[in-house]
Structure formats: C-alpha cells, structure tokens
Design a protein around this ligand. Structure first.
Ligand SMILES: Nc1ncnc2c1ncn2[C@@H]1O[C@H](COP(=O)(O)OP(=O)(O)OP(=O)(O)O)[C@@H](O)[C@H]1O
Ligand SMILES: [Mg+2]
Length: 399
C-alpha cells in the first residue's frame, strides 16, 4: 500500500517525502523550526521555493474533516488557514495517529494567542486583541461554522496596519452548516472556548511556575461578552422614521468601525407603523481593499494594510495625475518609483520581518509628521524620522 497524495494546483507535489514514517521522525534539510501553539498532533514546517507549508499528522477521518472544512471556509472567504493537500494510506490502520496528513499553507507573520500570552502578554492592545479573537468566532458563526475547539493555540493573529487580523487554524472538530447556527450551537461553541481558554491560561501559569490563582481563568468570559456584543450589533434590526434615512449611513459606519464591510442594506416597510421602516444589513467578509489593491497593483496585502496602501496610491496619483494618464498607469508608476524602492530598503533593515506592515507604519508616521509640521513630507523623510524615533507602531516584541 502506497501513500496517496491529493494536492491542490499551484503548490509543490510533496512526492519525495517519507510519508510512510511519522513526521516526528523526519530529518530533512527543508524542515524549519518555527514558533507554534500547543498541539495534540505532530506538526512540522517545510520550506519550499513555492513557500512555507505546515504538515500535521492525524487519523484519516479527522484529516478529511479538517481539509473539507478549511476548503469550505476558503470558498466563502472566511478567515482560516488555507488547505493545500491531504495524504492518505500512510499506515494500514486508518484510525492510527499517522494514517493521514494534512498540508496547509503557512500563515506568514502569524502567532497564536497562546504564544503571546506565554510570552510578552497582551500589552497595551489587550482590548483590541480580545475583540479580534471574539470577532473571529463571530465571522465563523456567520459563515455557518461550528468550531468545537476554539482555543488560545487555535487562534492565530497578525498585525494588519492598525488593526489585528485573526485566523482559524485547526478545523478537525469543526462542522459547516447550510442553515444559520442555532443559538444553542453558538452557546455551546462559546462554552467550549471558555473552557479551552481557562485550560490554556492554567497551563501557561504552570509552565511559568506561577500559582493557579495568579492565572486569569476568566479570560474566556471576557471574550464571550465581546462576542455577544458584536453578535447583537450585527443582527440588530433598526427601526427608523421614513424621513430618517441618514440613519442607514450611521449604522453602516458603526459596523465599518467594528471591522465589517456592509454588503447589502435592506430597507423594509414596517407592517405595524407605516411612518417607520426597518433596516437590516448583511455584512460581507473583509476583503474589499485587499481585492482592490491586488487588481490595481498586483500587490498582496491584508485588508487594513491594503486600505492604507491604497490611500498612498491615491495620494501619489493626486500629485502626479494629468488628464492623459490613466489610473492603472499611475498605479504602475507608483509601484515602480515609490513602493518597490521602499520595500527593498525595508527588507534590508535588520529586525523587519514583515516589510508590508513596516511600509504601513511608515505611511502612518508620514501622516502624523505631516500633520504636526503642517506640510507634506516625503516618504523617504518619513522613513528617516520613523527610524530615528524607534520605528513607532512596528510590533517589536515579535520581530
Ligand atoms: N497553516 C499554519 N500557519 C501557521 N501556523 C500553523 C499552521 N498550521 C498549524 N500551525 C501551528 O501549529 C499549531 C498546531 O496546529 P493544529 O492546531 O492544527 O494542531 P492540533 O494538534 O490539531 O491542535 P489541537 O491540540 O488544538 O487539536 C498551531 O497552534 C499553530 O501555531
Ligand atoms: Mg490546535
């Protein structure tokens, strides 16, 4: 019986790997040692010219569930790691721990909450980090996904300009539903999360040699409360008077501030009061600016990074436009004369592991500098000042 590989297009074929032996025993030059959360299964990182990949070994049924849920989530644009392939028939017994393996694309510049809490802690961005954690569960539930194992190790985060992006890793226990999740299912998922988070906090305290009563075992309740508030905000139907349509804008803006893009607004007549209307909104996923930046410049960035970079493209275009030049020509010129040289400079700097995020921090610095000086500042001058001021905004603890 030979191992059988199913790999999605655009990736290495992973054929020459010793799939019949446990990945714990692999000794290959392409193995990378990268930070990771705590896991029941063996997980290894592999470096290929095409990118970095993560292999997890587990029983056949669990691997197939993980793979299928990750693919469904990707299809609806929900934030989860990307499944790349699956390996079957690694051992004769399909229930054995290494009978299958799941391959995912490594989520660059990401860390699990577990690593953060075991290391530097939340710091000044505690509230934002907890909202981002809760926001991930909300997004998954909106997509019809019951997770069943939300934990500090299974939520990854990365800095996205001023915001924090969270990503689901590990969908072994998850299930996708066609219809909306029931309140009972959502409550159950929250309970699992609360218990897992408390367990994670207790482990972290034990590892640090601290007393259990020093661990914040209530953290999951705080996340659940934030989840409930966000859920209520999204599901809320608002009644407005017929002459109060401006309230639609207010509601959309409030949701935008929470990080959601509004895809559709329904205005329904109120059945019991003809002077009133009911607003219902449908939130989309958060890829609008990412898609726009990619289409205009070919650059891949996270949603808020893309928003900041697009503002830079517009700023450049406003200074260089004339009636004969099209938007896409200006964007190409911006990329060649502004973006690429700055990326080379940032990439060469020691301690910068995520140059796109550094670029966004420089842009943010340029804006504040220009405001305080009352005049435009060039990106190069902003870079020099950003470096001299200790790279404000750039997440030091994680470089
Ligand atoms: N695609 C990925 N990108 C970045 N990190 C990853 C990826 N896949 C896994 N990891 C890291 O490896 C760790 C373990 O992976 P995973 O949670 O899938 O394993 P598990 O054994 O199923 O965990 P659990 O004990 O929660 O069931 C994660 O916490 C994460 O830090
Ligand atoms: Mg896990």
């Amino acid at each position: 019986m030979a191992p059988q590989l199913t790999i999605r297009p655009g990736h290495p074929l992973f054929l020459d790997l010793p799939w019949s032996s446990s990945i714990a025993d692999w000794d290959l030059p392409i193995l990378l040692d990268l930070p990771k959360g705590i896991s029941r299964h063996e997980v290894r990182f592999l470096s290929f010219p095409e990118g970095t990949y993560v292999v997890k070994e587990l029983s056949t049924a669990l691997a197939h569930n993980d793979y299928a849920v990750l693919r469904s989530l990707e299809a609806v644009g929900a934030p989860a790691v990307h499944a790349v392939g699956i390996v079957d028939n690694r051992a004769p017994d399909r229930t054995s721990e290494h009978s299958a393996a799941l391959i995912t694309a490594y989520e660059p510049f990401s860390f699990s909450y577990r690593e953060m809490l075991a290391g530097p802690g939340f710091g000044a961005r505690r509230s934002q980090l907890l909202d981002a954690f809760a926001g991930l569960l909300v997004e998954l539930h909106l997509a019809g996904c019951f997770w069943g194992d939300c934990s500090l190790s299974n939520v990854l985060y990365r800095f996205d300009a001023e915001a924090i992006e969270t990503v689901m890793v590990d969908a072994e226990t998850a299930r996708m539903y066609e219809e909306d999740l029931t309140d009972g299912q959502r409550a159950e998922d929250l309970e699992i999360m609360i218990e897992n988070v408390a367990g994670g906090m207790a482990d972290i305290a034990a590892e640090a040699g601290a007393d259990l009563d020093q661990a914040d075992l209530e953290l999951g309740y705080d996340i659940a409360l934030r989840y409930e508030n966000l859920w209520a905000e999204l599901g809320q139907t608002t009644r407005i008077r017929v002459d109060e349509r401006f309230r639609v804008t207010e509601r959309v803006e409030r949701l935008n501030r929470l990080g959601f893009d509004v895809e559709e607004v329904d205005l329904l007549p109120s059945l019991d009061d003809t002077s009133e209307m009911i607003i219902k909104v449908r939130v989309g996923n958060r890829n609008f600016h990412t898609n726009r930046l990619k289409a205009l410049t070919g650059i891949d960035a996270l949603e808020n990074q893309a928003k900041a970079i697009l503002a830079d493209v517009h700023y450049f275009s406003a200074r260089h436009s004339d009636s004969a030049t099209t938007k896409s020509t200006l964007a190409t010129r911006w990329r060649a004369t502004e973006f690429e040289p700055m990326m080379s400079t940032l990439t060469a700097l020691a301690g910068v592991s995520d140059p796109i995020q550094a670029y966004c921090d420089v842009l943010n610095h340029r804006y504040h500098l220009a405001r305080s000086l009352g005049t435009d500042v060039s990106t190069l001058d902003a870079l020099a000042d950003w470096l001299a001021s200790g790279r404000p905004g750039y997440p030091f603890a994680y470089v």
